[in-house]
Design a protein. Structure first.
Length: 212
């Protein structure tokens, strides 16, 4: 997404790890707006959080799927254009779904504590659902999206690892993802954590969600 003119954008002033949770009592005490990242294992959720904050190893990244096993809260500080003070909000990293080596029992536990979080969070602004730009969405992706829509949780679909494809191929693949998810009317934001592509656009969406 090219910009015609540079406009002032939100500036991330700091990022820090706050806590990890698998149950309600472990959520952070301080209530702040929450932006959540979900998607299949290995799709690049933790990498995207590092790219947004520009803090390199804030969220743990691994080439092995199944790295993130808890709900992890990162607190960000931001300076919004035209505002004097700082805003604070959480980026929330979730364990991946659809990881084949996680047994049935473990998957059920996953679903339960994630669901509890998503359904009870009072400050949830929107969920970023991540899809690898090289792959067609799978049934688990469609099921998760349908679940979010059913519960009236706002979603932004992000196509990750956009650096893996050329510009044209990426554009085609974004259209294919949109079609396969049945969301032809909604935007899909291409993102590369490697090159920070898409970062300004995502910051814009986050800024909008903070000021509304
Ligand atoms: N080329 C490229 N590789 C990426 C990008 N984002 C993530 N990766 C790689 O993809 C792998 C998985 O990244 P993670 O950020 O750990 O993925 P995750 O979704 O948090 O995975 P789980 O925690 O296991 O659910 C790592 O090897 C990353 O280096 C990207 O934008 N471009
Ligand atoms: Mg992760």
């Amino acid at each position: 997404m090219e910009r015609l003119a540079e406009k002032d954008e939100m500036i991330i002033t700091q990022g820090k790890y706050v806590c990890s949770a698998v149950k309600k009592e472990q959520y952070p005490e301080r209530k702040l707006p929450e932006i959540v990242f979900m998607g299949r294992s290995n799709v690049g959720k933790s990498s995207l959080i590092n790219s947004l904050t520009r803090v390199k190893n804030l969220a743990r990244v691994s080439s092995q799927p199944g790295k993130t096993q808890t709900i992890n809260f990162y607190e960000l500080g931001a300076k919004l254009p035209g505002e004097e003070g700082r805003r604070a909000f959480y980026l929330v990293d979730l364990p991946g779904y659809g990881y084949a080596r996680t047994g049935r029992e473990k998957r059920n536990i996953w679903a339960k504590f994630i669901e509890e979080y998503l359904l009870t969070s009072e400050e949830l602004r929107f969920v970023c659902q991540l899809i690898d730009i090289r792959h067609e969405p799978m049934d688990s992706d469609r099921e998760m999206l349908a679940w979010l829509v059913k519960h009236h949780i706002p979603v932004l679909v992000i196509a990750t690892k956009s650096d893996k494809l050329g510009k044209n191929a990426a554009r085609k693949q974004v259209a294919a993802i949109r079609k396969s998810l049945g969301i032809q009317e909604l935007p899909v934001l291409p993102y590369s954590s490697l090159k920070n592509e898409g970062r300004s656009d995502l910051l814009d969406v986050i800024e909008d969600s903070l000021v509304q």
